[in-house]
Design a protein around this ligand. Structure first.
Ligand code: SF4
Length: 498
């Protein structure tokens, strides 16, 4: 195992990972809004731990600082003093080990004769390669390998023929995939959600201004009131304390269901649905499916991701909830080359079994998902080694069998356990007495948004055409299509709707 893989395994709990969290704040008259961005980024740290950045805007002049590391490692008083302004945006990023470099950190700032633009992005475009290739053919030179720069470059190009509002809408109609953008230019803060609403973005109101954030958990610390979620295909523009809304092109609404399963913080609400409530209901549904045939003494969770669903399971089943593991919350990044022995113990660095709670018992163990299954195997062994009599593993999402291309870091399909084994084979491989997953209709039911969720990593039913995948693998993509779409777009089509 390469060192990077080890570090990744140590830190990642064998989970899907959100690639980014974004925040934007406008607070007219306040000259150091970067401080509020900094605290907001702390609330979004769970969405990305590789790099952090803030761009501040003072009368259209943009200053930006970004670096590898956690928010508290990247910023200090000296750095913050160099980020003046009453508008700012911030970003935290998770990335795979290979793409983990400061040039790929955000926000991105582009300078043009029309002004400076700072942009931060959560998500992934499914046609970034195609767009990038076309722009490179036209002579554009990119400085990073992230799709955010493609978006920024297209906006800058579109500024030749219109206002920033028109340029952003024009660009967002070309960009395909899942994206939530925050940006600032001149005296404006702008937020955009992709046409399907795959990635979340919500609006909060402070005493002086507004906040845009990936998750509503940001607002409490800022003393902000939740206003609403940005709608699929909507751009919101904040200027001089006023908000305007532009619907640039909503399509079928397909919010990422994995936000509710795992990514989002438990105290967030997304599109009117409480993350806590949806996870608890997932546990309740699992318990209802089990009622007839599972006997157990205790319900435990794999902390923290399985905890809320385990509480729901216990409530519904009447089996008591207890702690089976104690989590070490201080395992951080490591630059020490591990020994083979340490690799074997990686899960134990994060989790200790509470033997007195579980010894001799029949256990229902709840986790939120199984991705590669490597951690599940180790956890099951730890329980067996500590005298558990039976392990009934319940997963509060359906089997993950497909990669995500809309902003989530996922292994290739051949690494996903559910893509390569039957549930019975998975049970046997993990070493548990029974294994059940939340069915897809159960997932829809616990979220409560009906068919308006993306379930592609469970079903393979992607809400967008995977243009770059075809482009890279089959060369099916015809560059002319993008040119056609680009030329067909008229900014006058977009009318303010507020
Ligand atoms: S494929 Fe899965 S992780 Fe990706 S957007 Fe859809 S539900 Fe979310």
């Amino acid at each position: 195992m390469e060192k990077n893989e080890w570090v990744r395994e140590l830190l990642d709990d064998d989970k899907f990972h959100d690639e980014c969290g974004v925040i934007g704040i406008t607070s007219p008259g306040q000259k150091n809004v970067a401080k509020d961005i900094y605290f907001g980024l702390h609330s979004l740290q769970h969405r990305g731990q590789e790099s952090a950045g803030i761009a501040s805007n003072m009368y259209g002049n943009i200053n930006c600082y970004k670096e590898m590391g956690l928010v508290q490692e990247v910023f200090n008083d000296d750095v913050m003093s160099k980020l003046p302004g009453d508008i700012g945006i911030g970003h935290v990023r998770y990335s795979t080990a290979g793409g983990s470099k400061v040039t790929n950190a955000q926000p991105i700032v582009v300078y043009s004769k029309f002004g400076s633009l700072a942009l931060a992005h959560n998500g992934n475009l499914v046609n970034a390669v195609a767009m990038r290739n076309q722009m490179e053919d036209e002579g554009y030179i990119f400085q990073t390998d992230i799709d955010t720069e493609v978006i920024a470059a297209l906006i800058a190009r579109n500024l030749r023929n219109g206002t920033i509002e028109e340029a952003v809408q024009k660009t967002c109609r070309i960009a395909k995939g899942g994206f939530a953008l925050v940006m600032t230019m001149g005296n404006k803060l702008i937020g955009v959600r992709d046409p399907h609403g795959i990635r979340p973005l919500c609006i909060g109101k402070t005493e002086n201004g507004y906040i845009l954030a990936s998750e509503s958990c940001v607002f409490a610390l800022q003393g902000a009131k939740f206003v609403r979620d940005v709608k699929p295909g909507e751009m919101v523009v904040f200027e001089d304390g006023e908000m305007k809304s532009y619907m640039y092109g909503p399509e079928e609404y397909r919010m990422c269901s994995f936000e509710y399963v795992y990514f989002a913080r438990t105290d967030s609400h997304i599109d009117g649905v409480g993350v806590y409530q949806s996870r608890r209901e997932a546990g309740r549904i699992l318990a209802r499916e089990d009622k007839e045939d599972t006997e157990a003494d205790l319900v435990i969770a794999v902390p923290d991701s399985g905890t809320v669903a385990a509480i729901g399971y216990a409530e519904e089943s009447g089996i008591p909830f207890g702690e089976g593991f104690i989590k070490n919350r201080y395992v951080g990044r490591t630059f020490i080359q591990p020994t083979q022995e340490m690799r074997e113990l990686s899960v134990m660095m994060k989790l200790n079994v509470l033997r007195e709670n579980i010894e001799g018992k029949k256990i229902v163990m709840i986790d939120d998902s199984i991705v590669r299954g490597t951690t599940s195997v180790k956890i099951a062994k730890m329980l067996r080694d500590n005298g558990v009599k039976e392990i009934h593993m319940r997963i509060s999402s359906p089997p993950v069998a497909y990669p995500c291309y809309m902003g989530i870091d996922t292994p290739d399909r051949d690494k996903l356990m559910a893509a390569n084994k039957t549930i019975e084979e998975m049970r046997e491989h993990i070493g548990v007495d029974s294994l059940k997953f939340l069915p897809v209709n159960g997932l829809k039911s616990c979220i409560g948004l009906g068919d308006n969720i993306c379930t592609a990593c469970f079903t393979g039913d992607y809400p967008v055409e995977l243009i770059d995948q075809n482009y890279k693998t089959n060369k099916l993509f015809n560059d002319d299509r993008m040119v056609g779409e680009y030329d067909d777009i008229h900014a006058e089509d977009s009318k303010p709707t507020l």
